[in-house]
Design a protein. Structure first.
Length: 65
């Protein structure tokens, strides 16, 4: 398992288990590739996360896709 950067670990602090289970694998993918950051999309009915080439590695942006 890849060690997450502090900023990624801090982002997960205080989140519920389902949120972490959804987002952590994408954070790990970001760490493995070391080329893109992560976009997290939270709506009333869905939670999605994916690496995004428009976001620098080590950054997380929460908002619309």
């Amino acid at each position: 398992m890849n060690q997450l950067p502090a900023v990624y670990e801090e982002y997960l602090q205080g989140k519920d288990e389902n949120f972490i289970a959804t987002v952590r694998p994408v954070l790990q993918q970001s760490v493995a590739e070391k080329t893109h950051g992560v976009r997290v999309v939270v709506t009333p009915h869905a939670l999605q996360a994916h690496t995004d080439p428009a976001i620098h590695f080590g950054e997380i942006i929460e908002g619309p896709d």
